[in-house]
Design a protein around this ligand. Sequence first.
Ligand SMILES: [Ca+2]
Length: 524
Amino acid sequence: METSQLARCARWGTVGVVVAVMSACGGDDDGPSGPQAITAQQACDTLSGKTIAGATLTTVAVAASGAAPTYCKATGTIAPKLNFEMRLPQTWNGKLYYGGGGGYNGSIPGLTGTNLTALLQGYATVNSDSGHQGSGLSADFALNDPYAAQLFGSLSVPTVMSTALETVTAAYGVVPSKSYFEGCSNGGREALMNVERYPNLFDGVIARAPAYNWVGFMGHFNRTAKALAAPGGAFPLVKTQLLASSVRNACDALDGIVDGVVSNQAACTTAVFNPASLRCPGGVDTGNTCLSDAQLAVVTSWTTDAVFTGSPTYRNAGWSLTGNEDDPGAWPTWETGNGNVTTALQYLFQDTTVKNYLARDPAANSLTYTPWDQNQQALFGLAALNDATNTDLRPFRNSGGKLILWHGGNDAALSKNATVEFYNNVRTAVGGQANTDSFVRFYIAPGVDHCAGGPGADTADLLSALDQWVLNGTAPATLTAQKLDAAGAVSFSRPLCQYPQYPRYTGPANDANAAKLASNYTCT
Ligand SMILES: [Ca+2]
């Protein structure tokens, strides 16, 4: 048995499940002998009305529907208002899966996406609202409730995990053999927060498009929103389309195939495409075929790093130009609002952050407030709560933990280059590439928007890859990503390459069917 598992078993022994701990942790390293089959109704009957770690459980057996299997839903509240939901499958694989939140949370994530994938694979799953109820676009909860702010920042996951482990143990009569966490966006930040602050909490973690540098990217959102709000800075869709198509014309083929995605972004330098080439005569907006100086200033804010109060951690790496800025889930949603910046998600996130964390004034105007440059104390407070920027992950590695990082190449919410920085800083902190490879994998999915969507292949089974790594030591290499149509059928596939590689087309020329197959691409 690994030292880390002993530690985990010992800790569980202190929370009142000693008998089950002995059966799961004594003797060998195999955990439960096989899947634990109980009916959903049996699980619900066992848990109904029970108070576990302070939370009284309400249960309901949920019949299979659509893609979802039959399961027992157990819900509860940890005082004062940390709500969670567990889903217990009929054929349990012996493991626990914790799915992270998104935005400023405020509601319990539903049985979709990766949560559904995990349940279908037999995991007992848990999600929470992280301690407050409200819109995921609002940080109102943090204004006058420091405890709610702490729960959101870092405390909700370990708090819920305590109850979740005991609940699963009570339902199946055996402690989960492994526990995994997966999240995207703010859920990706939660994932890294666990790795950094609670290195023994999970055996494996998947951090997708992690919002780990809260101060840095919120400040970058603020800077770009100001550029868009400046006179002449607004970006109507036609201008975004102009920029995107110009990038595609210059760079799409650099990966071996004109497929609408610039997979070889590293080759798409300003020597190949320079946004300044789109400048209107005299810098004044003269129509839809050029960009004004004010619009070029937006592009500059987008593509250059943002650094605040001179701190190496209060920063955010600029975005690469992708050629898919005009995808509906990219600039129109996140940056420009198609000409009305105050409807864009980046504007809305930085605005609620200024009001509730920095100015602490619901009437503050984020477009005139300048905390990122002038009020370092406010940044300290926000960073202490929400930043997961500590890249010395040796405690997690030493506990046997495995980490998969993933980022969409066309993510217009959070810069994939910020995750590149995180990965490179981990490499420095843990002592080089070999040490990093022993417990970290990093994948970039070209043409994929924030967490999902976009023209790229956005679906990959990272959870199975992580599980095999944790259970068998089989480290994931190149994976396969798919693009599914509305009916769930595979439209096309691509290799999912490890950073810094990209998928280069190496199949037959002018063959539309060959271009749909991952086997005709080579990670380069
Ligand atoms: Ca291409």
